[in-house]
Design a binder for this molecule. Sequence first.
Ligand code: ADP
Length: 882
Amino acid sequence: MGLTPMMQQYLKMHEKVPDTIMLFRVGDFYETFFDDAITASKALEIALTGKRCGLDEPAPMCGVPHHAAEPYIAKLVEKGYKVAVCEQMEDPAAAKGIVKRDIIKVVSPGTITEGGLIQAKKNNYLASIFSDRRVFGLAYLDVSTGAFYATELPFTADSGELVNELGKIEPSEIIVNPMLYKQSALIQNLETRFGCMVGLSAAAHYEKAACERVIEDQFKVFALDSLGLKDHEAATRAAGALLAYVAESQKKVLGHINHLAYYRIEAYMLLDLSTRRNLELTETLRHGDKRGSLLWVLDQTATAMGGRLLRQWVEAPLINREKIEIRQNLVAELAANPGALPELKTLLTKIYDLERICGKISFGTVNPKDMLSLKQSLAMLPQLKAWINSVAAPDLQSRYGEADDLQDIFKLIDAGIADDAPFVLRDGGVIKTGYNAEIDRYREAHTKGKDWIRDLESAEREKTGIKSLKVKYNKVFGYFIEVTKANLSLVPEDYIRKQTLSNVERFYTPELKSMETQILGSEERLAQLEYQLFTDIRETIMAQTRRIQQRAQDVAQLDALYSLAAVGVERHYVRPEIAEDGVIAFQNGRHPVAEAIMETGTFVANNCALDEGENRMMLITGPNMAGKSTYIRQVAILTLMAQIGSFVPADSAHIGVVDRIFTRIGASDDLTTGQSTFMVEMSEVSNILKNATRHSLVILDEIGRGTSTFDGISIAWAVVEYLSNPLTIGAKTLFATHYHELTELEGVKPGIKNFSIALKETKDGVVFLRKIKRGAADQSYGIEVAQLAGFPKIVTARAKDILAELNKGESAYRAGVLDGERAAALDNQVSFYSEMLEQAKERMLDSNEQAALESLKDLEIDSMTPLEAMNALNDLKHQLQE
Ligand code: ADP
């Protein structure tokens, strides 16, 4: 016994898409078979059944209704599967033999356009990477909007820049060329870091000539120069392969993908993956929520497009002063019109996601309601323009005041699509009355026919005298007259029997039949014509996609600028002065997120004055919980906000543009790469030491804590020296540390200044004042903090004892050595600590032992008799036994 012909066809089709779950159309269902069925039934939580397939055992089978397949496809893709759709390519009723079938699309996380993976305010990127071991070419595309970018990155052993750039875009799927795919460590790293699907794309897709052709075809250009791809072979190959992959999976020409932007990564502030995460730019470190992130504070955008753009701005701060100022000027113009901002928001709120509607138009999935959304959005454009021209905002006006407001497209939809059009085209009533004479005629005939039928019931009742006579309709039998068995004797001669049921008989008359033909015929023709006209309107708009997209970008910009302005006004931010002098200074700065979360007025503002000279490095000491981390992050966040073009929470601010921000914050094992906490910390510091420049801003929140004290201090010390020295790096640095020993560096090494966070000692313990001040903290107050945390009294009391003893040792040492060669003593820190430890060891004895020891030392044995000596020994023993 062999497989049935249909199952043979199934297997043959599946061979074309081996890495997918294939949905195979059979009648009204998409079925999956064999292993796919088992996987799908689990993933979708639907029943697994069986189908006779010609083998001894039935094939496992699991299916979903064809008209409701989209949510199921989305669910499978969200769970990490690729889904292929194998469709019937001819009418099964008309087919001779096995119905022709073919794969019409493959859906994966990077090519899906609907469902949970598609968030309104976030792009969903498919990335493609090409490498020839000299350079990485990276291209990424949001299929749902057409946003398409490419760049090149240096090829390094740890692929650092590549990973950082991917961190910026968080792709949901990555494809790579075969050579790269062989680097299993990198592939695994990408998979785990970004939790995304990484797949191999065929070598042929990455061929240079093929890529150039695909790109030129897609963008209708004759040379790659116009896209900025000239001399960027790796980027070209990544982009070409990406387009080939999309074409192969979607089997469609996608007109909304009509623009590719090549950029250099150095054009933006470079942020490594851990810095992005540590600064909580778009989500919190702990739970990955937007709430609690910088974007959460800054995002008051009213449209999805604006939301996506603002996110991009936050992910890619600028480094060019002029560009920052251009953005600032626009924000400032809006912020200067606070009274008019609510109206702008109202207008923006009425604008739907034009970019994704363009995507749907090009995918052919746009529905009549989407068309109405498009119309409503377009109706806002002239109003938006009027708003811009009504406020005092010359820069905004010169940018957006004359924009094409697409009223031709508005008029087309307004004329063609009914105001109450349904979601589903098939439901009818889509084309507006008056748009097409033929449609109007069919509708009239249809309405007349229906009226005639409605009147028929009462007419026939009167004629026959059968009060319960009914005129009904069903899909199988069409229109009929129904009479109960009891009344059959009253049925007139001209009724023709159609169907007999248990207690009724159904009839028709020649007139009813002819009216039925007229009604059903007009319905069918109407549906065809509505479909045709809707498609025509869609195609007409499709030809204008680029214009809509350009306007969508304007709306996105205006919305993102609006958001920055609105937040600035609401939260009393100021416009920072942007400079290139390496100075970062602000008065009364606040941490935007902490301030937003805390009760109004409780956040304590602080100043900052960093420069490239004497004040390069702030060494901040002070107890835990004093506010060190908050302060150093605040400096980084304010700098970053300024470079986005945003206003900043401060009374005044002057920001010298930085090229990169680095952070070393927090300690956690990197489970994804299997590194210990200390190893992660050291790799992060190593990255900073290798990549920071004089123009960078470095934030260090404790280093060297994951190892022994000596190790830790030594590492921290050396790092501080290397970072602060302009001959090595000389970066502006904020270093929060518990190692008081480091405070000795002020005055010894140029550029380093000690700071601490003020606190007040009261009889109940310490009170944190949260104010940064010059000078090192006098002590760590660790024990006081432990007390605040509810340590048992006996433990904190004992800790205080030990500390007092340790301090005695330290001051004795200082008295002896620091008066002399101060610098030399500093170089001998390590020996200082060995000595300290020795002293500490001695003093770790409890007070009793200590006293006994002292008495032992004081014994003058020479002048004692043997008996006296015996007695003294006995006393000591007793003393120790107490
Ligand atoms: P540290 O790094 O010194 O241990 P944190 O920066 O983590 O301290 O701050 C501890 C807590 O103090 C924070 O969670 C916050 O609630 C509060 N805090 C910090 N800075 C301020 C400030 N400037 N104003 C008000 N509260 C603050």
